[in-house]
Design a protein around this ligand. Structure first.
Ligand SMILES: [Zn+2]
Length: 247
């Protein structure tokens, strides 16, 4: 069966010296994997027709579901050229792609997820160069998957302060619950908590990228959101090290 799909590459892998495997997020067929035969040959018709972070029209032959499909043709529909020249924006887009690649099950159609991915990439073109963008995008990603960290009151006893952050408990917990339950926790000073709350509520990154962060706040945010993504989405923290080195 030949399938036509609007698709964005999530990751590439070499298959042989001339062929490549591409994982895509498609609008109507979920995450699919295709073999691009001869994609690395100098005269391959695939050349320039697909790129990380760009939307293509993909035609592939599917023998059976959940197999490695064979790409037939590909045409670049919407290149996102900012990511070729803006290194920081590219790093943000790359982390977002890794998040989707890691957390999306194969061939589970979810057009809303594709649209959300496209929207985040578009926003990353404009805002991705600002470090707060990534944290904002991560918070939106968690919310989209129904895993928004709970930030208003202790997730265990509803107390309204003082707080630490526990990825395992799903958000902030009060210091007495932390002691009682012996849960691993991270310090979450009031200023950092206020930033997380504001960014979680912001439906556009404009507010987040205007926030002036101290280096200390930046570090705390990286540690907290990193721990949360690792716990709830099994996301290795290494994928963000290139962007914001943990000191
Ligand atoms: Zn509590």
């Amino acid at each position: 069966m030949i399938i036509r799909a609007t698709a964005i590459p999530l990751a590439y892998y070499p298959y042989s010296s001339t062929s490549r495997i591409v994982h895509w997020l498609t609008r109507h067929h979920g995450k699919v994997s295709t073999l691009l035969k001869g994609a690395l040959r100098p005269k391959s018709p695939f050349l320039g027709e697909y790129e990380l972070f760009s939307t293509s029209e993909l035609l592939y032959f599917s023998k059976r579901p959940h197999a490695l499909h064979t790409a037939k043709e590909c045409a670049l529909l919407h290149p996102r050229n900012t990511f070729r020249t803006d290194w920081r924006a590219m790093q943000a887009a790359s982390h977002i792609s890794a998040l989707f690649n890691q957390t999306t099950p194969a061939e589970a159609p979810h057009p809303g997820l594709f649209e959300f991915f496209e929207e985040l990439l578009e926003l990353a073109e404009t805002y991705g160069r600002f470090p707060p963008f990534l944290h904002w995008a991560e918070l939106q990603f968690c919310a989209h998957h129904g895993h928004a960290p709970s930030l208003e009151s202790c997730t265990l006893c509803n107390a309204t302060e003082p707080f630490v952050f526990s990825a395992a408990a799903g958000g902030v917990i009060c210091t007495s619950c932390a002691k009682k339950e012996k849960l691993p926790f991270l310090e979450c000073p009031p200023d950092v908590l206020a930033i997380l709350r504001a960014w979680q509520k912001a439906d556009h990154p404009q507010i987040a990228v205007k926030t002036r962060l101290s280096e200390k706040q930046q570090r705390r945010l990286t540690v907290i959101t990193g721990a949360f993504l690792q716990h709830h989405f099994n996301m290795p923290p290494e994928s963000r090290l290139a962007i914001q080195p943990l000191k």
